[in-house]
Design a protein around this ligand. Structure first.
Ligand SMILES: *Cc1c(COP(=O)(O)O)cnc(C)c1O
Length: 854
């Protein structure tokens, strides 16, 4: 299936005929030489285009670029870039070298937002940028993956801050012919798919963005066949009400599957990136039911091929709809699978709230699930403990793969040049290997500081422009506008704080003691300064209050020009900030930041993290590569706020400021901390490592299981589905009849040579199974052991002894001699199968602990 450049590909002079092809592959967004090539054409126009190569080229009449094909230096750069581009597209990759011959994986990655570049505004913040970075690394690594998303005509909103500090949100419709978007063509016409809504059918146009080797298909409801209100379905990202949200999610999930089919793509791994996309599993169920599969077999088939990444550590953050709304909007869908309507609703219904919860749907239809940092994995396991029949939180089948960022997109070119000079030639491809980064040690301090100071000055220039533009637009006096030129001092310790203004991120925490802050900011010898930026969702009034508060503080005499708040935080501004400040501050309420990624961007640019031990920083911080605010203890919000505030000021005054200003010509100790930060964090918190983890832990095993499940007319899927049904129907017959734990030690019992008492003993349990085969269960002893001041669950497998008599059998195992049933250990029985994706796939447990009975 072809895709075409809307402007026609042949209007370029022959010598540079592939320039448009390059503009239409956002590969340029992370390749500095390609960006320079476009800049070379016309630096002013390139900046005015929003650094958008497609728009830049569209500004020239055919023929106007002819002079470029006579410009020797341009031609040389062009040839070099195109040669690298071709090598990239055709060359071997991590995946082709290691897995292509052994796996048939084909992955579809669904996400409501994608952030590739500032010129393609179909993202709002962290989630979208993560998805964009995931796609970029998938391309770099050669993963056979296709992305699916929505194309928002008006994107997210543009933020302005008025002279009172109020956020103004603005929306403009984008002209798709000016963006790196290509209509997907079928027989010379743009491909469309349709989804059914109550009393009408909606036509969705299919577009694609080429991201290196990887393609992302985007659906767009702005088609003339649709009613005006339906043309607006994909108008705005996170705009509108619940009705709009559910319709968008139907377009993404159900429309997305239809688009894949229209493209002839049949993946064996479907990755749901956050609950928004979970309706994809409903469309997959329908396909299988219509093929004639029984419902329970269809569910197992879908589950075998689905993986789910959850991003939200609070239940209130999960999308949920009332059942009436689901019945209404999915009415046409349910009419096609009428017999299974209740069973399908049950897949998403949260028993506690009665709502249809997209996270529950994803949990119930994904074989593998993961959170986005180790801590977030743990929080998610706690959160879904009940959902999984009260198993111990550690056994809840939700893993974690910690987020990362696309290193080539986020690291300043000047830093990459240093790495090119001092690191092994393979550092880019093997960036996830810690050894590649050892040589950061030998980069001269002078070189590091020179690069850092250049980036800091670049940020300050950028910030002043942003502030001057704010003031000019707000009709302020020329004097107030000019004043900005003296704002921010390149020699002052500069702290950055930029992220969504959600209240849990506590953007105003550093203002808890204004008096103390005044002293730090106005210290004549060792001043600090602060740069803030971020959008608050237009419906988030407490978030907008934060913006206003910070704006007002920034206008106080003592803080003017030393605390600033910039408007319209986006990928472009983020690059300046994470590359140009000295310290990156992050102080969310723990554990509400699932991962956080801006600090990872900062780290690869030698910027030091100063953060609460939440999300990725809990695992990234090693005591020497930045600073940790507060502790990992549990505390209520008020206490956490007090402790964190105290810790924040204490670290600033006693560690951060003294270290920064402990400089002769160069702050050697600070630089050595920058080096440790890069060495320890850059190899881990990049999306190459992350996508490799997804591939090895999630995609490859899922592709294998999905292939197994559908082989021979869904033979394994049918067996697993029937087995689960049988177990569910008969599990109530599993009973633990008796436990003997005072048996004398048998002759084989280990006798410690240093201790007369036997160190182990045998425990015997008598279990009734009913019609279930004992081989289809695991019988286990569970006890807890204290290691490093925390309790860890120990599981000891029990072996059958003797024959099955009257549906009951004895089991035995050895455990430490001092443990007794009841106070110290319990026994449990759970169903197992080699075809389960994980131990607790069926949340059925029979246990001698009353609360564990499933
Ligand atoms: C990286 C990034 C984010 C996410 O940052 P967090 O630290 O996860 O809050 C949000 N917005 C923009 C523009 C970014 O570049």
């Amino acid at each position: 299936m072809a895709a075409a450049f809307p402007q026609g590909a042949n209007d370029m002079p022959t010598a540079i005929s592939r320039l448009r092809e390059l503009a239409y592959n956002v590969w340029w967004s992370w390749n500095d030489d390609a960006l320079q090539l476009f800049e070379h054409i016309d630096p002013k126009r390139f900046a005015a285009s929003g650094y958008n190569p497609v728009r830049l080229l569209n500004e020239f009449e055919p023929g106007q670029l002819a002079s470029l094909s006579e410009n020797a230096s341009f031609l040389e750069s062009y040839r070099k870039v195109m040669a690298r581009f071709d090598d990239y597209l055709q060359g071997a990759s991590w995946y082709s070298t290691n897995y292509e011959s052994s796996s048939n994986a084909r992955i579809a990655y669904f996400s409501a937002e994608f952030g590739f570049h500032e010129s393609l505004p179909i993202y709002s913040g962290g989630l979208g940028i993560l998805a964009g970075d995931h796609i970029k690394s998938a391309s770099d690594l050669g993963i056979p993956l296709i992305g699916i998303g929505l194309l928002y005509k008006k994107g997210y909103f543009t933020q302005k801050i008025d002279a009172l500090g109020n956020q103004q949100s603005e929306m403009a419709a984008y002209d798709f012919t000016q963006l790196p978007l290509q209509p997907v063509l079928l027989d010379d016409r743009q491909l469309t798919v349709s989804i059914q809504l109550p009393f009408r059918s909606i036509t969705l146009l299919v577009w694609s963005v080429q991201v290196g080797r990887t393609r992302v298909c985007l659906l767009d409801s702005d088609h003339e066949a649709n009613a005006p209100e339906d043309r607006a379905i994909t108008a705005q990202l996170y705009g509108g009400d619940q009705d709009m949200r559910i319709v968008q999610e139907i377009a993404l999930g159900i429309g997305g599957i239809k688009a894949l089919r229209a493209l002839g793509v049949f993946p064996n791994v479907y990755h749901i990136n956050e609950g928004h996309a979970a309706f994809l599993t409903l469309e997959r169920l329908k396909e299988l039911i219509q093929l004639g599969l029984p419902f329970h077999v269809a569910v197992e088939t879908v589950r075998s091929a689905t993986v789910f990444t959850t991003h939200t550590p609070v239940p209130a953050g999960h999308d949920a709809f009332n059942i009436g709304m689901v019945e209404h909007y999915l009415g046409p869908y349910f009419s096609e699978v009428a017999a299974h309507k209740q069973a399908i609703i049950a897949l998403g219904q949260d028993q506690k709230t009665g709502l249809f919860n997209m996270t529950h749907l994803a949990m119930n239809t994904a074989g593998l699930r993961n959170g986005v940092s180790k801590l977030h994995g743990q929080v998610s396991r706690e959160m879904f403990k009940e959902f999984h029949g009260h198993t111990d939180a550690n056994e809840v089948p939700i893993g974690s793969i910690t987020n990362g960022v696309h290193l080539d997109s986020w690291t300043a070119p000047a830093w990459k040049e240093l790495f090119d000079r001092f690191l092994p030639g393979t550092w880019r491809e093997e960036q996830a290997n810690t050894h590649q980064w050892a040589q950061v040690e030998v980069i001269p301090d002078e070189s590091i500081w020179k690069v850092h100071m250049q980036l800091k000055e670049r940020l300050i220039t950028y910030a002043r422009k942003n502030l001057a533009a704010q003031r000019a637009r707000n009709g302020e006096s020329q004097e107030r506008i000019d004043e900005v030129r003296g704002y921010l001092n390149p020699r002052a310790l500069t702290i950055g704080f930029a992220r969504r203004f959600a209240t849990y991120k506590r953007a105003n925490m550093i203002f808890n003691d204004l008096h103390r802050l005044k002293k730090l900011v106005n210290d004549p010898d060792r001043p600090i300064q602060l740069i803030f930026a971020g959008k608050a969702h237009p419906a988030d009034y407490p978030g907008q209050d934060l913006i206003r508060d910070i704006y007002r503080i920034s206008q106080m005499k003592e803080f003017l020009g030393k605390i600033v708040i910039l408007e319209n935080y986006d990928i472009h501004m983020a690059r300046y900030l994470v590359q140009g400040v000295d310290v990156w501050l992050n102080n969310p309420r723990r554990p509400l930041e699932a991962s956080g990624t801006s600090g990872q961007k900062a780290a690869m640019n030698g910027v030091l993290n100063f953060s609460v031990l939440d999300g990725w920083w809990e695992e990234g911080y090693n005591g020497t590569n930045g600073w940790a605010i507060g502790s990992t203890g549990q505390a209520d919000w008020a206490q956490q706020e007090r402790e964190n505030t105290r810790s924040l000021y204490h670290l600033l005054e006693n560690e951060i400021i003294p270290l920064y200003y402990n400089q002769g010509a160069l702050p050697h100790q600070w630089i050595s901390r920058m080096k440790r930060s890069i060495q320890s964090l850059a190899p881990v918190y990049n999306t190459h490592r992350m996508v490799q983890d997804y591939t090895v832990q999630s995609y490859l095993p899922t592709a294998e299981r999905a292939t197994l499940f559908v082989a021979n007319q869904y033979d394994v899927a049918t067996k697993v589905a029937d087995y689960k049904q049988f177990i569910r129907n008969n599990w109530h017959q599993v009973r633990i009849l008796a436990i003997e734990d005072k048996l004398p030690p048998s002759s084989e019992a280990e006798i410690s040579p240093y201790d007369a008492a036997p160190s182990t003993k045998k425990v015997r349990a008598h279990i009734h199974f009913g019609p279930i085969w004992p081989q289809d269960t695991a019988v286990e002893i569970i006890y807890y052991e204290e290691i490093d001041e925390s309790w860890h669950q120990k599981t000891v497998h029990m072996e059958p002894v003797g024959e099955l008599i009257g549906q009951a059998q004895y089991f035995e195992a050895s455990i430490p001699g001092h443990l007794y049933h009841g106070p110290h250990f319990s026994i449990r029985v759970r169903p197992i199968s080699a075809n389960f994706a994980h131990s607790f796939e069926l949340s059925l447990v029979t246990s001698t602990l009353a609360w564990q009975e499933g």
